[in-house]
Design a binder for this molecule. Structure first.
Ligand code: G6P
Length: 607
């Protein structure tokens, strides 16, 4: 999952490519590079590490040319160094690639036996060499690209420039997303519309199997069969301005503080404030008739799904199973006829979730996606999509995307419960009014950020931290552990509090802090018994609860943080905030790169 851009126009390409890459850095930041075609040569500059390093390299080694391609990398094959940085090139052609060429070993061997040698450890390098091979056989660029594409297996998005043909630029898509931007006398390629925002708002998305030939005047798109294809040009509402950090130190902190507003925005789409009714857009399946729901997602989105499982079974009385996408797609699941498969994803592009969606469609399931990016592949390919209105999330550790996912999911659950008669209208209204209180209550917690910053000192030197909870708080415990790992690099585990005694309790001593999420719900007493087990073994506990919870803990040796009291339905939305703040402030104390933690990327478009 790398970011790719391409431009063919009349201005110098290099600054445009860097501008596009800046918006794609969320897809990976192991290395960056650009290449242009000018005077019969490929000109290329690459740098290990973040885009800023490429910018520095371009200052000492500027490159000219009005046609070019650029790349920001999240390493899959080959170490994240300059040699393995894209673009990969021969003297004839340069290529940037997002995805994985699965048969690259076979292709390498074939090309080796034809006398070609390789200089990198990447899967990508076979592409420029194959194209060069076909050019040497006398093929024209378009034929050389078409022949090469036929030989590639796997998922990819490619952009290609030729040294001898500075008037053309190629794009190809199989599996990985790719957008074409229409300018005036210039055309663009980008992994997403955000990359193209500084140049144009007129964007067409390539479909799977498409390849495209761009000139300064326009584009010719071919489908998998080679036939010329038309793809709808859409107007995006994205602007060229990059999303700023405002007065915040990091995007993550800004995004944490945006939650009252984006949760409110998301809620307003579904919730009628007067009546408390929840309205979903028309869905192409009957909510009353669904026998079972399978939820599939990755990472933080998976934990939103886990909360939804508890909610759906409790409030709508529909059986739910939930899977991590990379497991689901290979475990040969048995799905009920007429079942609903629900996919949750911030980006709408995560490769495993996308593959699971396609599999469920093939198996005849109804498909519904909950995504933050309306133009994403999941939104387009599923039978229906419900959106979250988080706006662009730049910090790699997901925060506002998670709580808006929970908001949309809560609305879905209430609509489902009402459609099936599992809850009376009055109860739906009571619960939806509780949901409407969330923005104000989240704001209240955020106003006490200092408290969480102070608590972070207790975790800063730990090498392991346990997060415990039961019910929906179990899901938040896992999300809390993930947040801490991602940005502070402290090992953390989220555990079902009741499962503690089956193993993790062996880890407890005074050096392992235990963060407990325990709103005063029907699991509370059980959770507190587990906390007692931890305290009895010398464990240091930070307990998040509410006023009633505090009144019921008795004599417990723990650091107790009292959060506002709210209906059980919405506690996951609330308890998500302290665990985000805690992780954020531990990372600050540790001095890590909060917005771009090592080895991670925001959108994972490889398996
Ligand atoms: C990556 C991100 C996570 C995200 C996960 C799923 O691992 O770093 O923050 O939760 O992908 O992404 P999705 O876009 O499908 O929600």
């Amino acid at each position: 999952m790398c970011g790719i851009v391409g431009v063919i126009g009349n201005e110098s390409a290099a600054p445009l490519l860097v501008d596009g890459l800046r918006r794609l850095e969320y897809r990976g930041y192991d290395s960056a590079g650009i290449a242009t075609s000018l005077n019969g040569k490929i000109h290329r500059v690459r740098a290990e590490g973040k885009l800023a390093n490429l910018e520095k390299a371009l200052l000492t080694n500027p490159i000219e040319g009005t046609v070019g391609i650029g790349h920001t990398r999240w390493a899959t094959h080959g170490a994240p160094n300059e040699t393995n940085a894209h673009p990969h090139a021969t003297d004839k052609v340069a290529v940037v690639h997002n995805g994985i060429i699965e048969n690259f070993q076979t292709l390498r061997q074939e090309l080796n036996s034809l006398g070609y040698s390789f200089h990198t450890q990447t899967d990508t390098e076979v592409v420029p060499i194959l194209i060069t091979h076909f050019l040497k056989l006398g093929k024209k660029p378009e034929e050389a690209v078409a022949q090469t594409l036929k030989k590639l297996e796997g998922a990819f998005a490619l952009a290609i420039v030729f040294s001898d043909h500075p008037d053309i630029l190629f794009a190809a898509r199989r599996g990985s997303p790719l957008a074409i931007g229409y300018g005036n006398g210039a055309m663009y390629i980008g992994s997403d519309a955000i990359a193209l925002a500084p140049f144009t708002q007129r964007v067409a998305y390539l479909e799977d199997g498409d390849y495209a030939l761009l000139t300064r005047e326009g584009v010719t798109i071919h489908d998998t069969t080679g036939a010329v294809a038309e793809r709808v040009i859409r107007l995006t509402n994205l602007t060229g301005a990059t999303v700023g950090k405002g007065d915040y130190r990091h995007y993550m902190q800004k995004e944490i503080h945006e939650q009252p507003s984006v949760i409110g925005q998301t809620l307003r789409v579904f919730y009628q404030s007067g009546t408390g009714e929840i309205h979903l857009p028309d869905l192409p399946f009957d909510l009353k008739a669904i026998p079972r729901i399978s939820i599939v997602a990755c990472g933080t989105s998976y934990y939103a799904g886990l909360v939804a499982k508890y909610w759906i079974e409790k409030y709508a009385k529909v059986p739910v199973e939930i899977d991590i996408a990379s497991e689901f797609r290979y475990r040969e699941p048995i799905l009920d006829k007429g079942g609903l498969s629900l996919f949750i994803s911030q980006s709408g592009e995560t490769a495993d979730t996308m593959a699971a969606l396609r599999m469920c469609k093939q198996l005849g399931q109804h498909t519904l996606s909950i995504v933050n990016v309306p133009s994403s592949s999941m939104a387009i390919e599923s039978d229906a999509a419900l959106f979250t209105y988080a706006g662009p999330e730049i910090g790699v550790a997901s925060t506002k995307a998670f709580t808006t996912q929970l908001t949309t999911l809560a609305c879905f659950v209430l609509a489902l419960a009402q459609a099936r008669g599992a809850l009376p209208k009055e109860e739906v209204a009571r619960l939806s009014h509780a949901l409407a209180e969330v923005p104000a209550v989240v704001m209240e917690i955020l106003q006490n950020e200092e408290r969480f910053a102070a608590l972070a000192h207790g975790l800063q030197h730990a090498s392991d931290v346990l997060y415990l909870g039961r019910g929906t708080s179990f899901a938040i415990a896992m999300e809390g552990a993930l947040k801490l790992k991602e940005i502070s690099y402290i090992h953390a585990e989220g555990y079902a509090a009741g499962e503690l005694k089956h193993g993790p309790i062996a880890l407890i001593d005074e050096s392992v802090p235990v963060v407990v999420l325990a709103p005063h719900d029907h699991w509370f007493d059980k959770t507190i018994s587990n906390v007692q087990e931890v305290v009895a073994r010398g464990g240091k506990v930070i307990l998040f609860t509410d006023k009633s919870g505090k009144a019921h803990i008795g004599d417990l040796n723990a650091e107790v943080v009292v959060l506002p009291e709210i209906n059980t339905l919405v506690t996951p939305l609330l308890y998500a905030i302290p665990i985000q703040l805690l992780a954020y402030h531990v990372a600050i104390l540790k001095g890590t790169d909060v917005d771009q933690p090592r080895n991670l990327a925001k959108s994972v478009t490889v398996e």
